[in-house]
Design a protein around this ligand. Sequence first.
Ligand code: ADP
Ligand code: TRP
Length: 321
Amino acid sequence: MRVLTGIQSSGALHIGNYFGAIKPMLELQESSDLFIFIANYHALTSLKDSKALKQNTLEAAKIFLSLGIDPQKSTFWLQSDVKEVLELYWILSAYTPMGLLERAHSYKDKVAKGIPANHALFSYPVLMAADILLYDIDTVPVGKDQIQHIEIARDIAQKFNNDHGEIFKLPQFKVDESVATVPGTNGEKMSKSYGNTIDLFTTQKRLKKQIGKIVTDSTPLEEPKEYEGCNLYKICELFMDEDELKNLRQRYKNGGEGYGHFKADLSSKIWDYFEEAREKKAYFDEHEDEVMDILSYGAKKAKKIASKKIETIRKCVGILE
Ligand code: ADP
Ligand code: TRP
């Protein structure tokens, strides 16, 4: 089964991103034919600073490689390295009714947030459809906010197929309901826009500071504490195994220790959990050429499929070659 996911590099990642999106993706890498690319053309819709776009793109590649994307197991590339996607984007545009895009809520949401209403932002779903349809993808794992984009890709594919036969595979979206929402330090959903994150690649000092911000109740140090519903305990659950949790629950019940002690343990647990990724990241920071080589190896693999597919499509619509 071919599964595809696009990453928009949005700077610092937090443990919510990791458990909600990255870890499930690493599991998919083991069980399916994973296609994963960095959507730098899409990023251009909201980022107009060339230096920042370049830097974010490279940073995203390093981060995903550090966290375990394996270029041998998966096809991992940069969207802009396979230009066929732009040709398909244009051809698909001719099969996209205006009404379909006018109904897209993500466009309206972004404009409401103050992102300038440019044409690329409006036609964003068509480029996303091209990303998917170019590679005959079966399934696209998405968060709820992206479901409509996959439905749009299906609608466009169907319109094209109505005219030209079964050229495009209709992609399915998959929302992983089993992935729980990771709470932030204040108990709300962890999100970079709420300033309540625990970040993945940070210094030990900053990590301790972020964990220090986890809100707990005011039970005095010597008294027994309630772990059920405790925000700190919920975050510990992500990093500790059953034995460690059992021990922690006992410590909550015993009293005689404050939340500060539990936080210190959690802090070193998280630090160790991402140690390997941090080391790999430091390596890639020193060896950016290697990152570029990995991306171009992935682009070659992706291009092989894309160039064949685009030939078929050119023929369908009558582009003279
Ligand atoms: P943010 O809310 O910090 O801006 P994004 O919207 O960029 O995060 O999310 C990127 C991915 O990480 C999405 O797939 C999203 O579902 C997942 N994600 C983000 N925050 C959480 C969270 N608190 N718990 C679980 N998954 C999350
Ligand atoms: N729009 C996606 C996001 O913001 C990124 C993306 C671009 C994508 N093209 C894609 C995701 C194709 C899945 C498939 O997260």
